[in-house]
Design a protein around this ligand. Sequence first.
Ligand SMILES: [Zn+2]
Length: 345
Amino acid sequence: MMRQTETTANLSPTIRAMRSAAAAPRLAKDLAGTSPAPIVLPVCNAAPSATSKAATKGMMQGTVARTVNCRGVSLHGGVSTTLTIMPAEAGSGIRFRRSDLPAQPFTVADWRVVSPTPLCTTLVMPDANKIATIEHLMAAFWAAGIDNAEVLVDGPELPILDGSSAPYLQLLSDAGYASQKTARRILKVLQPVRVQDGDRWVELLPFDGFAIDLEIVFANPVIGRQRYSFDGSVGQFTDALSAARTFGFLSDVEALRQQGLVRGASTDNSVVVGPDSILNPNGLRFDDEFVRHKVLDCVGDLMMAGARMQAQVRAYKSGHAMNYLAVRQLFNTPGAWAWVDAAAS
Ligand SMILES: [Zn+2]
C-alpha cells in the first residue's frame, strides 16, 4: 500500500526545496493553455534511510534493500502512473515489467531492446508493448550503485516526476542498499569508437575511470552554447547533475502534442524555453541546466550497455538516439570492449 502523505523531515535539502517549490501556487499555465497541468509529487512507501554512496564504487553487485514505489504523471502520455522498484537477485540486471497488462511482459534494460527516439529512451517489449522515458531512473540506478532491480510500471511510460533524476535518487535512498555476493561486471572500452550524424557526434575512449565531456549548441539564445565536464563521481552527479531537468521549446509543443507526445509536460516537470526567456516561474536550477541534463541523460543511456562503462565519453550536440548508436557501435566493433570484474578494472 502506498502512503498518501509523507514527512519531509528526512529528505535531502535539494528534495525539500524542489517539493516546496512544486507545491507553491503555479503562476504559469499548462502548455496547452486550456487546462491546469496536474501537480503530482512522488509518493514513497518506505521510511527514508541513507544510501551507501560508496556502493557505486564497490566491487560487488547491489540491489535495493526493500520495495518502494512512487506515482506521477507521464511526460508524453500525460497519465498518472505508478512505479514500483523491488529487489532482484544478483546477475539479473535491471528488469522492467508492465504490471497493467494481463501477461505482465518484462524485458531487461539492454541496448538490444532499445528503440532509439530523439525525445526519450524506450524499451520495446514482446507484442509491440513498450516502456518509455526510462533514462532518468537508469541514471539514478547508476548513482545509487544498483545493478539489479525489478521495476514494475502500470503503463507504457515512467512518471516524469520533476523532470530530473533527483526524485528517483531520493526514492532509491528510501529503499536502502543491499550488497550482493556476486562481483560487479564493468564494460571496459579498449579502443576508441565514434558515431557521427552531420555535425553531431559521440566518442567512447579508453580511460581509467568514467568521465563525460559534453557540449550542446542551440540557436535559441536562452541556451546557446554550453559545455560541461563530469568527473564520473557520485558526489558530482548528486550535487550538480541529478536535479537538472529535462527541457523543451514552447514553439515545438503544439506539433509534438499532435503526434501524441509531451501531453503531460508542464513547467512543473520541464524547463520550458520561450523565444527569449524561460517560462518557469522559478527560473533555472543551474545557469547551465540544459547541458547538465544532457549529461544526466547520457549517464542513463549508457547504462543500457547492461553495466557501468569504463570510458571517457566525449559528445557534441548528442541526444538519446546518438547515445544508443554509440553503445551499439561499441558492441559491434570486435576488440573495442571487454567485460571485466570491477575488482580488476
Ligand atoms: Zn532527460
